[in-house]
Design a protein around this ligand. Structure first.
Ligand code: DON
Length: 584
């Protein structure tokens, strides 16, 4: 069966060839909201993949059809996404995996987050006068590049739970890189919008622009021989071929020689990179267990805290059209973000009161702040005082995050479940490219400032530390079995997107296609963010009347979800991006 994998995967690619590859159409604006459109509800009996690109989803589904495991399919989906959706994730980035092992009935999380180089200092993002750099000045170039974690994560997951031959799983993406793929409308539009930053470095410029300097159009055939060669080397020699030897040397040279903004990465940073297994962070919510990624992500804690607070209110009775529902959800999110800003960072470096932050007593006290019927005043939204056994004080931080990233979910025939969020941080990462892949700018997820009024900031840069993330790959458990796998891109808005989808599913009884398409509302720092061009705009005036400042704008989530029921699987992909769910 394994011998057929490659041939079948290529056949699947032909079947999956999306409409945009048939003609060179004009690029459509990718960030324009299509949230009023509905998402397709896909049902299946035994396996399913939902990913942000149809080619990646189809090749993943083909692996499952051939009897591959969910992790085999994840290797194929990720290596394919690195080719066809290179702006969002890839070999040069990092990822978090939440995995349910059906055989052992066990939930595990693997942390493949990028790390700060050993030579990085807390002042990495300060100028010579001690002032924080402008965000994009920090992003573009070598300074922001952390040691990538995705390749080690894939290898580690495959060593534990893979079934098919590693080498062959990398072949579908290698073969497509050689043959060429049609640039998608979203990729074309993002290249066109990227500005001069994407042209700054030669390898990147040569890849994303034609010989006359024009951005590649949707439907253009794009080949990537260097990526194919990289994958085949990793296929033959494993992840070590990435973390040592000529690929590692090229990564280090690219980072250290980046004109105008070099970084401090060295070969030892790559050779020493380790994936960490972490305890899943779970909260019980209305008889379910909502589980996700703990440190260095703030995702599961912030999602869990919000749910833990709103569990004290009748959100179901109030319903999704009631501004009071959104007041409670929005102010619970603000309180969770206040705690996140003060306490959450890589717990290998700073102690964080995770247990205290998730305790129902603590969340009950925080929820009591929401008892009124008007917006909380700004000065009432402060970090709380959870139980903890360390006496450390941290200042608030103001890290900024901007769009890219991808989320995929996979369920195989045996009931193993993958929920993985994967990123190179900003769209096109650091804009540096080597060996056919883009390098991340994940280090800009650290706080640029080291102190807040003299108090150290938990998420400051430190050598070997992992920057705080908001990525929230989630698996919801019911009676010890997985019920729903979900996650999204969107920077720190991820927390709101995932929380809203969970509330819509659990409290409002919506199905997976409705929860991924539903118009967004969220509140991180006081301003209510409402998705433009959707029904949610009707809530703008009522929320203003409750005392909120309101901002209506694009909210470009990329939620993918699969529900696992006794009758089979139901899956859906966010209509705001190019994803699909495929299963059988
Ligand atoms: O780890 C994080 O939270 C961010 N680097 C993720 C970036 C992201 O989702 C960009 N979004 N569209």
């Amino acid at each position: 069966m394994q011998r057929n994998l490659f041939a079948c995967a290529l056949a699947a690619l032909v079947l999956a060839t999306p409409a945009w590859s048939q003609q060179a159409s004009d690029a459509t604006a990718p960030e324009a909201s299509t949230a009023t459109s509905t998402a397709r509800l896909v049902t299946a009996k035994s396996y399913m993949v939902a990913a942000a690109n149809p080619i990646a989803a189809a090749t993943g589904a083909e692996v499952l059809k051939q009897g591959g495991s969910a992790i085999d399919a994840a290797v194929v989906v990720q290596t394919m996404l690195g080719l066809v959706e290179p702006q969002s994730s890839g070999l040069g980035g990092g990822a978090f995996l939440v995995y349910y092992d059906a055989g052992r009935k066990r939930l595990t999380t693997l942390d493949g987050r990028e790390t700060a180089p050993q030579m990085a200092t807390p002042k990495l993002f300060l100028d010579k006068d001690g002032q924080p750099l402008k965000f994009m000045d920090a992003v573009i170039g070598g300074r922001s590049v952390g040691t990538p974690g995705t390749v080690r994560l894939l290898q580690e997951a495959h060593n534990r739970w893979g079934r098919q031959d590693w080498n062959r799983l990398l072949e579908p993406a290698a073969a497509l890189a050689d043959a060429g793929f049609a640039v998608s409308p979203r990729l074309a539009a993002l290249i066109a919008e990227a500005g001069d930053g994407l042209k700054k470095y030669e390898a990147t410029r040569n890849y994303f622009f034609d010989t006359s300097g024009a951005p590649l159009k949707a439907g253009a055939l794009l080949k990537n021989a260097a990526y194919a060669e990289t994958l085949r080397l990793i296929g033959e020699r494993g992840a070590d071929a990435f973390y040592t030897g000529r690929i590692a040397e090229a990564i280090v040279d690219t980072v250290r020689m980046a004109a105008g903004n070099p970084g401090v990465l060295v070969l030892n940073d790559l050779a020493d990179y380790r994936v960490r297994e972490r305890q899943p962070v779970c909260i019980s919510y209305r008889a379910l267990d909502v589980c996700g990624m703990g440190s260095p992500s703030s995702g599961a804690v912030a999602v869990g805290q919000t749910l833990g607070m709103i569990e004290n209110f009748d959100i179901k009775g109030l319903g999704p059209d009631n501004p009071q529902s959104w007041r409670i959800i929005g102010d619970a999110q603000r309180l969770a973000f206040a705690d996140r800003g003060r306490y959450l960072a890589d717990t290998d470096f700073v102690p964080a009161p995770i247990k205290g932050l998730m305790e129902k007593d603590y969340l009950g006290k925080r929820a009591a702040l929401l008892d009124g019927d008007k917006a909380l005043a700004d000065d009432a939204v402060k970090a709380g005082e959870p139980e903890w056994d360390h006496a450390l004080l941290f200042g608030r931080d103001k890290a900024l995050e901007l769009p890219s990233t991808s989320h995929f979910v996979i369920v195989d025939r045996d009931g193993n479940v993958v929920s993985m969020t994967t990123t190179i941080e900003n769209g096109f990462g650091s804009r540096l490219m080597t060996n056919g892949f883009l390098l991340n700018n994940e280090l800009t997820d650290f706080s640029f400032e080291t102190h807040d009024n003299g108090v150290p900031i938990a998420n400051r840069v430190e050598p070997g530390k992992r920057p705080r993330s908001s990525m929230s790959p989630t698996i919801v458990m019911k009676d010890g079995k997985p019920l729903l796998a979900i996650g999204s891109p969107g920077g720190s808005q991820i927390i709101g997107y995932v929380t809203q989808a969970l509330i819509a599913y659990i409290d409002w009884g919506k199905d997976v296609s409705q929860i991924v398409a539903m118009p967004h509302l969220l509140n991180r720092f006081g301003t209510f963010e409402i998705e433009a061009g959707t029904q949610a705009e009707k809530l703008a005036d009522p929320l203003k009347a409750l005392g909120y400042e309101v901002k209506i704008g694009d909210m470009n989530s990329g939620l993918q979800a699969i529900e696992i029921t006794a009758d089979g699987l139901k899956g859906s992909a966010d209509p705001r991006r190019e994803g699909v769910a495929i299963g059988e």
